[in-house]
Design a protein around this ligand. Structure first.
Ligand code: FES
Length: 339
């Protein structure tokens, strides 16, 4: 009897196929998005613009303004992933804004043109509302990269009114925003040089610039201080449901007491005095993660018991068997995790 060959696609391993394809050409992959570095440009001493040419796996049709991609770099043999805002993207070109603040973003500055990186598809929920209702955009520092692409989308969507408040020291995209304000009369641009004026976000400042701010869909991205201020202002004005935020620097409560954490399946105990992700890493563990800022869901896992605090929203989670993200959760009591 002759042996019959049956095609069984589920038996073909993606990593093996990618290994073969990559050995033919570094941009080739079955499903993964590989990209070639086309340009690395300093926008300011703290900000870099990275331009990439993605392979055919990148789905530009799903990209929305305000989203980001996870960029993977191998540094000293270890894979690192970080999330960066998309400034512009189409099928042939992705432009990312990178703030120099850690190992990966510093390595990005040194990427040679013509080298290859891996990225994810676009992701994130920091996107513009549908329709033409007026919007307010508030940015500080590197938060301007996500806000700038939302402002351009707001112009495309012909929102009835667009106000942009930008607190900055180094004026990245300042000239571009000035030019947009000249071309589109519905766009009011409020530029604040914080070095010259010392001005920061307060309710009085907001009322002066945009008196009806509490009735606007509002998008904010920037420093921890600014994000805390706007969160408080919108809470105090019963407008928190209109505030959409994107955080770049999740901050742990440094005064909180360290708590014992137990990873149930791997039978690992450690003390957590930072986020659960950082504390696990400090204990030598390697939980799966991506963006490290609560966007990509890679680190989502089940909290079996105990109380954690979401450091982005301040919300406490007392429930048993609830889903938490390790990268933005801090233990408030002893915690058991199903990992
Ligand atoms: S690592 Fe992306 S959500 Fe936690």
């Amino acid at each position: 009897m002759t042996a019959q060959f049956k095609y069984k696609p589920h038996l073909i391993r993606e990593d093996f196929v990618d290994f073969v394809l990559e050995s033919i050409h570094p941009m080739w992959a079955w499903k993964r998005v590989k990209a070639m570095v086309k340009e690395v440009k300093a926008l300011s001493p703290e900000m870099t613009q990275l331009t990439l040419k993605p392979n055919h796996n990148f789905d530009a049709s799903t990209v929305k303004a305000g989203q980001c991609v996870l960029l993977t770099l191998v540094i000293n043999g270890v894979r690192h992933q970080r999330s960066y805002s998309i400034i512009e993207a189409d099928a042939n070109r992705i432009v990312l804004g990178i703030k120099a603040q850690g190992l990966v973003s510093r390595a990005v500055k040194d990427l040679p043109v013509g080298s290859y990186v891996e990225i994810s598809q676009a992701q994130g929920n920091f996107t513009l509302h549908e329709g033409r209702d007026a919007a307010l955009f508030v940015a500080s520092g590197s938060g301007i990269t996500a806000i700038y692409s939302l402002v351009k989308q707001a112009i495309v969507q012909e929102l009835k009114a667009i106000d942009v408040i930008y607190f900055t020291r180094d004026d990245v995209f300042h000239v571009e925003l000035e030019q947009l304000a000249k071309r589109f009369p519905q766009l009011n641009y409020h530029h604040v040089n914080t070095t010259e004026t010392g001005q920061h976000l307060t309710q009085a400042f907001l009322e002066e610039k945009v008196p009806e701010f509490a009735s606007r869909e509002t998008y904010a991205c920037g420093s921890v201080g600014m994000m805390r201020a706007i969160d408080l202002i919108y809470h105090n004005n019963q407008a928190i449901q209109r505030l959409h935020t994107e955080f770049f620097q999740p901050q742990v409560d440094e005064d909180a007491t360290a708590q014992p954490v137990f990873f149930q399946r791997s039978q690992q105990n450690f003390e957590a005095d930072s986020t659960l992700l950082v504390s696990a890493e400090n204990a030598g563990l390697r939980p799966a993660h991506g963006c490290r800022m609560g966007i990509c869901n890679t680190c989502t896992c089940t909290k079996v018991s105990g109380t954690t605090k979401n450091i982005l929203t301040g919300e406490l989670d007392h429930g048993n068997n609830t889903q938490i993200k390790l990268c933005v959760s801090q233990a408030v009591t002893p915690v058991v995790i199903n990992l």
